[in-house]
Design a protein around this ligand. Structure first.
Ligand code: URP
Ligand code: ZN
Ligand code: ZN
Ligand code: ZN
Length: 484
């Protein structure tokens, strides 16, 4: 036959267009788009379905040990399976450095763990918590050239945070070797100062997590990070934005033409700080950083998805169970300072944004594809192989039934967090088929592939101008032109 697979009769949507076409798949790639494509080993009838590029989740913590030595509840198998059921066919978890570790070792460990387990394609961001001269001068440049072209740094968490000088160092390496820096922007001293005052007065309940992480801690750090990136003319993506003032700072920077990008996540559209005030320790389920804000804040984040403040919509999946292995490591009397930060969201990311965004007229279908697949693929060096429906691209498809309505229960999900923050929500629009490189991964609400059948995605650094690789030879170029 002409193809391995034909997806027939669906409505295709990319980041820019919506059109009717059949897709012919050969050797895992999209080989033809059109009608009357011919014969295939298998034909999937996509009548009534949207055929979307598979989702790209560019921010998730999977099989990762936190700075306080708690492992995420998901490993690369359960995490990737959960992603696949939600329509995501590419994910980018973190290879996280603890201080004192070599980045090389961290990457090797992540690769060895993920290879035998992942059922979808993957690449890794690094987390850099210890930018020594050796790391900045040798390991990191070499790793970027090997394809580890994105890394996250933290302005908060005592075991992870780097200071402004170190941020400048990392930004310069990213700029000179063609990588992208991601930043967790919250002011550590503000958080620490408020936390101490709360705990001194006996305010330790989960809801005080939100009190101790005020919007100003986020917006101050966001503005500072933007200025640091501006100083050295380096690209910077602010992850998991929740505060309206932080969103405003990002939009203002973008309007100035700076290479600043923004990411937000489901928890900032669908949860509020009031969720942290549920009975007993229930609020711990919703403790993440930055925390969910209020209804007006949610509206600001929706606006940011529409007005290009945010290019990327990721899950920031950080699954910790409500027991001694996770959120309640320090028992039921733990203070908000001792509760592992993070919420699960890999599986529901697309369905939540589709249902409440596209379904309720807040976003177009094309904006949805841009935010959840095309833009993250572009920003992280995976486009057009991922996030598009072009001939030659990987045949990664989510065949989306826009009318399928289900009420969320944890039991229908495939992660190992033990709960979902979105329990009880009614969502309209779910994937019927999920296809990764031409393989049907999910069909009939069942997994169809083996452990370890996903592939590592080799990336390339962005091309940087000649002469920028030895910045110390030309100090003036180290500081954005016109800023001295
Ligand atoms: O609370 C969160 N988001 N935990 C995950 C780690 C991070 O900072 O993204
Ligand atoms: Zn470790
Ligand atoms: Zn973070
Ligand atoms: Zn995160």
């Amino acid at each position: 036959s002409d193809f391995d697979l034909i997806v027939r009769g669906g409505t295709l949507a990319t980041a820019s267009e919506t059109f009717a076409a059949d897709i012919g798949v050969r050797n895992g790639c999209i080989a033809a788009l059109g009608t009357n494509l011919g014969t295939a080993v298998r034909v999937i009838d996509a009548e009534g379905l949207f055929v979307l590029p598979g989702g790209v989740d560019a921010h998730c913590h999977v099989e990762q040990e936190s700075s306080t030595r708690i492992w995420t509840a998901d490993d690369f198998y359960s995490g990737s399976v959960s992603a696949a059921f939600g329509g995501t066919t590419t994910f980018l978890p973190f290879a996280a450095q603890h201080r004192g570790q070599s980045l090389r070792d961290v990457v090797k460990d992540a690769q060895e763990r993920c290879g035998p387990k992942a059922v979808i394609d993957y690449a890794f961001h690094l987390i850099i918590s210890d930018p020594t001269a050796q790391i900045l001068g040798q390991e990191l440049p070499a790793l970027i050239q090997d394809g580890y072209t994105s890394f996250k740094v933290y302005m908060t968490y005592d075991q992870l945070k780097i200071d402004d000088r170190q941020i400048l160092d990392v930004l310069c390496v990213a700029r000179d070797y063609g990588a992208t820096t991601m930043i967790h922007a919250e002011n550590n001293d503000v958080i620490g100062w408020i936390s101490e005052r709360l705990l001194d007065r006996g305010y330790g309940a989960p809801k005080y997590h939100a009190v101790s992480h005020p919007r100003i801690a986020e917006s101050e750090a966001t503005s500072r990070a933007i200025q640091l990136a501006r100083l050295v003319d380096s690209k910077l993506l602010i992850v998991h934005v929740s505060a309206p003032e932080a969103a405003e700072a990002i939009l203002a920077a973008r309007n100035m033409g700076l290479k600043i990008y923004g990411e937000t996540c489901p928890q900032y559209l669908f949860l509020t700080a009031e969720d942290l005030d549920r009975d007993g320790m229930e609020g711990a389920k919703f403790c993440c950083s930055p925390p969910p804000r209020d209804a007006a804040g949610q509206e600001a984040i929706w606006r940011g998805l529409k007005n290009d403040t945010f290019q990327v919509f990721s899950s920031d999946h950080a699954p910790y169970r409500m027991d001694e292995t996770g959120k309640l490591k320090h028992g039921a009397g733990a203070t908000f300072k001792q509760i592992a930060n993070g919420v699960p969201g890999l599986e529901l990311r697309l369905a939540l944004l589709f249902s409440e965004g596209v379904g309720k007229g807040r976003l177009t279908l094309n904006e949805f594809v841009a935010l959840t697949a095309a833009n993250p693929a572009k920003i992280y060096g995976l486009h057009p192989r991922k996030g598009s429906l072009a001939v030659g691209a990987d045949a990664d498809l989510a065949l989306w039934d826009p009318k399928w309505q289900r009420t969320v229960t944890y039991d229908m999900l495939h992660d190992n967090a033990g709960y979902t923050p979105y329990e009880g929500m009614t969502i309209t629009g779910w994937p019927r088929f999920v296809i990764s490189r031409g393989r049907v991964v999910v069909e009939d609400e069942a997994l169809q592939v083996e452990r370890g059948s996903g592939s590592y995605l080799q990336r390339k650094p962005e091309i940087v101008a000649d002469g920028l690789r030895e910045p110390e030879l030309d100090p003036a170029r180290n500081f954005g032109a016109g800023l001295l």
